[in-house]
Write a protein that binds this ligand. Sequence first.
Ligand SMILES: [Zn+2]
Length: 278
Amino acid sequence: MAEYQRGKPKIKQVILDAGVVIRPRGNMTGNEWSPERREAHRLATRTPEFAAKARTATLARLAKVRESPAINTAIERRLHDALKTARIGFRTQSILLGTYLVDIEINQAPVVIEADGQVHSLPQQKAKDALRDTALAEAGYRVFRFTGSEINTDAVACIERVTSACGLVPDREPVYDIRTKFSGELHPLWKGGKREFTCETCGGTFLAQPKHRTGEHVYCSRQCSAKARVGAKLGPFTAEHRAKISAGKKRHHQTKVESDLRGDAQRAAETTAPATLF
Ligand SMILES: [Zn+2]
């Protein structure tokens, strides 16, 4: 607006003069989900084109989802809360049979609860899930899957279904192990962590990430690197050098004292001077 050199009221007046109706501020009214509107929305979205679009968007998001496999999604967190209310201990993101990362594993019994987001409605994901469920069942786990809408509608009911089916009872001292990070050798992208290196300057061994020591030379610290670059070992300061530093410090102190004195004098003058209003 600034570039037109006009204020908001003026611009508004110009718009109104042009016969444009300005939408009132705030949320639009009349957009409530009436049965008719819901039906219209259903008709518009239940098309192959819409499904294809949604599928593309989901697949595009998948890559990011895989980046951080231990992030608890909103529906998982709802299940956590319901389990806490029921006082049933659980742990999240545990790896079963060495390959399967499960959402929730109950402590008191081999029971697995999965919160299935959008991804699990894709055909290839369904096939994967079926394989996984079979493997887990063979290993003695009972697997329960709940969709996002089931959880969002009533997470407590979902948990009740699990407890009644498996005969789970509230723990006396429930332990809730909610993993929010996924680091170390459990991370699928783990590259082995820190490795031992030997410093070329001081000869000491130290641990470091290999990606941080990719250069030609290996040093333990900036100091060792600097020493190597200078090509000489820096010993303790000589008497001459120390005298130089001391003189510099004294000079700095003197300047500071003088400056403070000047400031005091100035402040004193300001407070004692008569007020000159005109
Ligand atoms: Zn060193």
